[in-house]
Write a protein that binds this ligand. Structure first.
Ligand SMILES: C[S@@+](CC[C@H](N)C(=O)[O-])C[C@H]1O[C@@H](n2cnc3c(N)ncnc32)[C@H](O)[C@@H]1O
Length: 385
């Protein structure tokens, strides 16, 4: 149990630090003084923004000897820290057979030295920085720079050096540039606060974008880790790639997104193939988008089972050509309802099972949003499977 007393408080620079006597240590030695909530090993540094106060929250004992820093309100950071035990308990995936190498036209990239099977986890990376995505627009540029420089100072030296060695392709101080170039949007559970976050994962940061990638990145809210999974078999010597944005975009949309959002001109295989191939792929993707809209807008008046099955068949053919299979859980589920509606429960079960497998494989993670999976499971239950 902890006995706490409020220390002097400077609203601009210091959070309300609670000095606590940890009487769990007694009897024996003198009780130790520590900051309440032993999850943070550094004194927080805070700035009062327009709507909220944002603080740095750093622990040097996060996972596998690494630290992590959170920039968020105190309540959000404490809610996020409740994932720490699950982070520590998460399985360890060796990175020994992954190698950072120079890749023509893309700086560095991540190469695998062993073959990887579809569905395998390639990386399970720990974040070093988790920062509210809202804070930069709620504090002044100099306050933002102070928060970033403080977390850098507070992280263990090995983490600091690793982060500063990452690619810097945009602008700002070194650490701001590293964040802009390498951080991913992520959604940890921050209690009732509900901010969006930017997470920096050092190994994932070495993975280049491809419009038709061989791997998929998904954030695991329960453990705060980023998982990189193979979407197809990958041979030894191949570069690992992920998509930084939606995978169903057409060529011009992708080029614009990566230029405007990340300041690079995409030179992946899909973007550098022949004009003829690009036009063919764009045509298929445009049809995919059109079919998706048609299927989503079906009403009881326009319902036509044969038409739906034909459209879904086309969706699946296109996705096989374009590498969009991981987007199909909703299509499998729709087919399950159509077959069930016509009393064809065996087919309905096959499609509902495919929907569940696809959600589990690519979308829903332990601790992540579970509504879709619950709906499919309930439906499978109704079908008696
Ligand atoms: C997250 S980093 C990826 C690793 C980085 N190449 C490195 O050297 O560490 C993102 C940066 O890599 C480069 N990059 C990633 N994918 C690319 C692509 N498909 N085409 C060209 N440059 C790319 C861009 O400079 C981008 O800002």
């Amino acid at each position: 149990s902890l006995q706490c007393a409020t220390s002097d408080y400077n609203a601009l620079t210091q959070p309300q630090a609670l000095l606590c006597l940890d009487d769990d240590n007694a009897p024996g030695g003198p009780p130790s003084l520590r900051v309440k909530n032993g999850k943070w090993s550094q004194e927080p540094f805070c700035v009062a923004g327009q709507a909220k106060t944002y603080c740095t929250h750093t622990t040097s004992d996060f996972r596998n000897g690494h630290g992590v820093s959170v920039i968020a309100s105190r309540e959000a950071a404490n809610a996020i820290s409740s994932a720490f035990p699950a982070s520590k308990a998460a399985r360890y995936i060796s990175e020994e057979r992954l190698e950072v190498s120079r890749i023509p036209g893309k700086g560095k990239g991540l190469i695998t030295r062993h073959s990887i099977q579809r569905g395998d986890t390639i990386l399970l990376d720990s974040p070093r920085i988790i920062a509210s995505a809202q804070f930069p627009s709620h504090v002044s540029p100099s306050q933002g720079a102070s928060l970033f420089s403080t977390i850098l100072d507070q992280l263990p030296g090995t983490d600091r050096d690793l982060l500063l060695s990452l690619d810097k392709s945009i602008s700002g101080t070194d650490i701001e540039n590293v964040m802009k170039t390498n951080a991913f949007a992520c959604q940890p559970d921050d209690g009732e606060v509900g901010d969006g976050y930017m997470c920096l994962f050092p190994s994932v940061s070495r993975i280049n974008h491809a419009c038709r990638p061989n791997a998929h990145a998904r954030f695991i809210p329960k453990s705060l880790l980023m998982e990189i999974k193979a979407v197809r078999d990958i041979e030894a010597g191949e570069e690992i790639s992920i998509s930084y944005g939606r995978i169903d975009l057409k060529h011009a949309e992708r080029q614009r997104l990566y230029k405007e959002g990340w300041n690079f001109t995409c030179t992946c295989n899909s973007c550098t193939s022949t004009a003829y191939e690009i036009a063919g792929s764009d045509q298929r993707r445009a049809r995919f988008e059109q079919l998706r809209k048609l299927l989503e807008n079906i009403t009881s008046e326009t319902y036509d089972a044969q038409q739906i099955v034909a459209w879904e068949k086309e969706v699946m053919e296109i996705s096989a050509r374009e590498g969009l299979d991981m987007l199909l859980a909703g299509d499998y589920e729709r087919l399950a309802y159509v077959y069930a509606g016509h009393g064809m429960n065996r087919d309905a079960k096959i499609w509902a099972t495919k929907a569940k497998e696809s959600l589990m494989e690519w979308t829903v993670v332990d601790g992540g949003p579970g509504n879709e999976i619950r709906r499919v499971e309930d439906f499978l239950g109704e079908l008696g499977g």
